[in-house]
Design a binder for this molecule. Sequence first.
Ligand code: SAM
Length: 292
Amino acid sequence: MSLDTSSSIVVPQERVYHSIPGASYCLPADEEEALRLARQYLLLKKFFGGDISFAPASLSDGDEVLDSGCGSGLWLVDFAHSFGNKVTFTGIDISSKLFPAGKIPDNIHFEQASVLSLPEHWAARYSLLNQRFLLAALKVEEWRTAIAEMYRVLKPGGWVQLMESSFGIRSDKKCYRIINKLFNSLGLLVENRWERLQEMLKEVGFVDVHVRENVIRLEEWSEEEKEYGRGVYLASFKAVKDGVVRQGGLGEISSPSDFDELFQQTQQDETVGAVGGIDTRTAVIFARKPVN
Ligand SMILES: C[S@@+](CC[C@H](N)C(=O)[O-])C[C@H]1O[C@@H](n2cnc3c(N)ncnc32)[C@H](O)[C@@H]1O
């Protein structure tokens, strides 16, 4: 069972996407996505006991922080609150569609750029680089390029921290399998995701590579919080719909309305996303650029 992949395929236009030629990223860039990212952000903060910074970078006046693939900039703005206005925070994203529209402090900036080719003049500039959830954006080889760019723009002694979840890895149910097939068909990093990221960091020269995983103590969660977590998972599932349709249904659905039906069934299945929403495992890998 598969969709017609010829040019006659009708891709529903319910959602808004970035329109950057050549970019693999298949998730939307609209208000619904901004809301999903905000809920995901709060959930992740809870997963990690309120921590949003993991690398032991100590920042002083004049230092600069980069959030790459920042989306709506939630991490950057939240993190910036802990510092005075003499530390500068820059968020970059391939699309400016989700950048915050309201007034933000003068030491926080947003720029449109790709993690695959950061501006030349940023060499050895940043003390800390944060990147979260580019798993749906970068093909395996693009990860190597992005990590080499991270190394280039960090100061000697600077830290990188990458947060990625197991979204797209599981394949034991249709609703998981369809995302796994989508990510594989797009050439994204699926198998051994965290291990390969650690290897890539070491290959470009990073040292002190550490991993911190989230710990979910479900017994501490109220029913309302569990439902919230499930809601985040379901919103992420819904966000891949057009990607699946564009890939011809991946042998799992034969029309956009099939996906809607699968979504409804998934909503009824209380085991899906029950353990902590976006998936069960999220890890932060952090590493340091050597001083010499
Ligand atoms: C799932 S969102 C995560 C946003 C944010 N980091 C967060 O944790 O809320 C992934 C973001 O990566 C951006 N992105 C995709 N490909 C990119 C690229 N090549 N360079 C920069 N940003 C990219 C997307 O536009 C999107 O905003």
